[in-house]
Design a protein around this ligand. Sequence first.
Ligand code: SF4
Ligand code: SF4
Length: 341
Amino acid sequence: MNNKDAYESILEMYEGKPFTVSKVADSLLEVLRFQFTPEEADLAVKVGLKGGKLDEIQERTGIEKNKLKKMLNTMADKGTMWIRPGKEDPTYRTIGVAGPGLLETGGWGNIRFPYSVQLMKALYEFQLDFATKILAKIPFPVAQVWTTPAALPADAEPNQNVAERIKEAGYWGVSTCSCRLPHWIADPGNHCNHLLETCLFLGDTARWGVEHGMCREITYQNAIEILRKCNEEGLVHTYDPNEFICNCCPDCCVLQVGNREPGANVLQPSEFVAQIDESTCDACGNCADRCPFGAIEVDTYACVDTDKCLGCGVCFSTCSTDSIKFMRRPKIEDPRTVAVA
Ligand code: SF4
Ligand code: SF4
């Protein structure tokens, strides 16, 4: 198998699972060439997206067991191989394109390899391509926005509170934002100045990330403090069911870049919506300046367009008159959120 065949075979493996990656083949190929050696690309296809145990993969590939194990671990360090953590005889599988996949893993853990800077530049181009040509065209949302915990109304249920989801995970990590870091590196001087270490990993995804150098272990309290700081910075919490939480800005985030495209529907609103108390609002405009989705207009008082409001709570901490409250959003019919695995 020549090198070109190995990378094109990975593209074939990803096609339609679930994304039409042929639409972004050129930019994805650039990332693949940094993320896999030709030998690793060949192995990634043989392991496949369903994966298997070491013995099964050994039988499929004919690679000597110790060498195989070492290769799979090296690939996990690069973020291209999922290894279920803490198991004596773990399952291995090649990671997908997103959620978590190649769209994220190259940006996690900061600059770790001699090729990291070049990888970040390639990743930035791939992320732009993916956001505008794939995410923006999917007819239903792929990621859920979560109201920041401090803004939740008193009757919010525990399963509507992202802090509770974080607590249930039992193990936590944090990493450099996989969108912000590539943007900073690829487009110096023309990017946001938000916090960089904002990608929260939960549960087994955190264990995998810590074991393979993609994130660092933190406590539950650390995770909640990061969430609070992110809200203060104007970053939107989006929770992925595959156990990570993005804290997104409109400048760098793949989800928000895709969501801005005409007709796009990338983000599922949270279950709450902002409401202004016009009797106390002094029309300072802080909330409107901060809203990442242009949902607030201010005249004699601030007014929320509930169709545009995604219920993130970024406006909440900016109001000195305590005029912003959150109420339950009227039930959304058929809220199909897909897990981008
Ligand atoms: S008004 Fe804007 S900032 Fe406030 S919750 Fe809605 S989308 Fe978020
Ligand atoms: S931040 Fe508060 S006081 Fe200022 S415009 Fe918004 S709701 Fe009104």
